[in-house]
Design a protein. Structure first.
Ligand SMILES: [Cu+2]
Length: 126
């Protein structure tokens, strides 16, 4: 094989490895983590064209406050449903909605979705 061919193979191998690295979930910024302040666990989610982050890892059994931020949200992600909490509300287009989750409710996987079920997010209490 000639040298240019070897170089182009090496370059494309690096590009493929780089693409996999960029696509891996840990560097994608799609997963969220809850923070704990004075014993109260806080989870921040933004709602606009879907929910972000889509997956949040939180501690189980802590009093938790879910803060859903809307900012010019005129799509259906403002129509929020959390079945486990029997929560259903049409959020204002801009603002922060605070939803309390009791230690008893903060167990397992809690799912939130838009009223049509096209967008969703998951809180994993571990
Ligand atoms: Cu929807």
């Amino acid at each position: 094989m000639t040298k240019p061919i070897l170089i182009s193979i090496a370059v494309s191998a690096l590009l493929i490895i780089g693409a996999f690295w960029l696509a891996s979930p840990s560097s994608g910024g799609s997963a969220g983590v809850a923070t704990v302040e004075n014993g109260l666990q806080i989870i921040d989610i933004s709602a606009k064209g879907g929910y972000s982050p889509r997956v949040i890892t939180a501690k189980a059994g802590l009093p938790t406050r879910l803060r859903v931020r809307t900012s010019g949200t005129f799509d259906c992600s403002a129509s929020l449903v959390i079945p486990r909490l029997s929560y259903q509300k049409f959020l204002s287009p801009s603002g922060v909605e605070e939803i309390s989750i009791s230690p008893e409710q903060a167990q397992g996987t809690m799912q939130g979705l838009c009223s049509m079920g096209m967008y969703n997010f998951q809180i994993r209490f571990e």
